[in-house]
Write a protein that binds this ligand. Structure first.
Ligand SMILES: Cc1cc2nc3c(=O)[nH]c(=O)nc-3n(C[C@H](O)[C@H](O)[C@H](O)COP(=O)(O)OP(=O)(O)OC[C@H]3O[C@@H](n4cnc5c(N)ncnc54)[C@H](O)[C@@H]3O)c2cc1C
Length: 405
């Protein structure tokens, strides 16, 4: 008889895990996926395109209902799991239904942080995480009233872009002195700011949100230096916190995320975690690629094949506010490294390659990112680049022609 395997959370990591399990161990497990959101798993990354009016919400579903059915997977959506009884191998689903498991996988993702400032609970304060948030932001955009977005990382920029594209006056506040400081060096961040401002978004750096004004609804935002920005709504996009409460309350070890070993196993022997809720070797990843790599490893482990997750080399390769951005590896350039630079602000292009001991160790690209995966491959494989050093800045085809010559 098939072993009952339950996955809590029906997001991107869960969907990929089922996909991988269907390939490696169809029939071994009776899989049930229980998710809180009221719809089938969808591509969360594409919420930005939905907000920007470039994609319809129903087009971002990862797999149609028939796909789950054909693989014998039971999907319960709109159901929150409220408790895990580790000893009995049982879950409580809101409404008091019990579900038994032999193996359990936590794929509960993260929750957006709301800044702990006065006014953060007022009506008109939003976050940007799921389709419900996007529906609310779209109705906000339709009003075309001024909005403040707090957070100059990927999510804040995407929220600002979507709202501005719909004609909303947007001010983006960022606490740090440059946008996307965890992915971009100062010159790249400055160019991104210029390109984002060209799209009609007002960007304020070193902007520390001190309070949100309003009686019952948002009326404005005050910064720590006294500046005040008029706004009818605020969108918090200033970080995420892994969803760990279920695990913590069940006595499973939790640090920032649910702690897992190289087999994605938690401190409970039959319980695993992956995706944004998991912490592996001290790292909680906030990106899709590591979640997918973890899903591959966990599926192999659950089908009794040798597999170990060693961590992921993360890269940023995306369109931010309509601008192509790539960054990977040692993009700042550590001691002893050298940089090759190309910058053309008018054309909106910036390229920085970081080399160390004859190898490419980091890269930042703004504007033209067609060769991003080629650079990433060189960073990952630590290939020596002495033979193509002169050409590599100008792209793959020129460098490969040189190599072949
Ligand atoms: C707007 C946006 C744009 C993004 N863009 C990018 C990008 O360009 N590149 C990139 O790499 N990453 C991007 N990300 C991040 C990426 O979406 C996440 O890394 C990815 O979705 C993580 O997958 P996950 O399955 O761990 O979590 P999620 O996809 O969040 O899924 C977790 C699911 O678990 C459910 N859940 C939680 N608790 C319970 C419970 N107790 N019971 C039942 N269900 C529960 C949640 O409702 C949720 O549906 C973006 C995120 C957002 C919001």
């Amino acid at each position: 008889m098939s072993e009952p395997l339950v996955i809590v959370g029906n997001g991107m990591a869960a969907a990929r895990l089922v996909d991988e399990l269907a390939k490696t161990s169809l029939g071994r497990y009776a899989i049930a996926v229980i998710g809180e959101e009221p719809r089938l798993a969808y591509n969360r990354v594409l919420l930005s395109s939905v907000l920007a009016g470039e994609t319809a919400s129903h087009d971002i579903e990862l797999r149609p209902a028939a796909w789950w059915r054909d693989r014998g997977v039971t999907v319960k959506y709109g159901c929150r799991v409220s408790e895990i009884d580790v000893g009995r191998g049982e879950l409580k689903v809101a409404g008091d239904e019990s579900v038994e498991f032999s193996k359990l996988v936590l794929a509960t993702g993260s929750t957006p942080l709301r800044l702990n400032v006065p006014g953060s609970e007022l009506a008109g304060v939003h976050t940007f995480r799921d389709s419900r948030d996007v529906d609310l932001l779209l109705s906000l955009a339709a009003r075309k009233k001024p909005v403040v977005v707090v957070g100059g990382g990927l999510l804040g920029l995407e929220a600002a872009y979507g709202l501005a594209k719909a004609g909303t006056p947007v001010t983006l506040l960022h606490l740090m002195d440059r946008l996307m400081e965890r992915q971009l060096d100062p010159a790249a961040a400055e160019l991104l700011k210029i390109l984002v401002e060209r799209k009609g978004i007002k960007v304020l750096l070193n902007a520390n949100t001190a309070r949100i004004h309003g009686e019952t609804r948002v009326e404005g935002v005050e910064l720590a230096d006294g500046r005040r920005i008029e706004a009818e709504a605020v969108v918090f996009a200033a970080g995420i916190r892994p969803n760990t409460a279920l695990a913590r309350e069940a006595g499973i070890s939790v640090n920032r995320g649910v702690m897992v070993d190289d087999h994605l196993k938690t401190s409970a022997s039959n319980i695993f975690a992956l995706g944004e809720c998991a912490e592996h070797r001290g790292t909680c990843y906030g990106l899709v690629e590591p979640a997918y790599e973890q899903a591959g490893v966990l599926a192999r482990h659950l089908s009794k094949r040798a597999a170990a997750y060693q961590g992921s080399v993360v890269a940023t390769n995306l369109k931010v506010s309509g601008v192509s951005v790539f960054s990977a590896g040692d993009f700042m350039g550590s001691d002893g490294s050298e940089c090759i630079l190309l910058s053309d602000v008018r054309r909106g292009t910036y390229k920085k390659l970081v080399l160390s001991e004859g190898r490419l160790t980091g890269a930042v690209l703004i504007g033209e990112t067609a060769d991003a995966l080629w650079y990433l491959e060189m960073i990952r494989t630590r290939k020596t680049v002495a033979g193509i050093r002169k050409e590599m800045m100008f792209g793959r085809s020129l460098a490969l022609a040189r190599e072949a010559a």
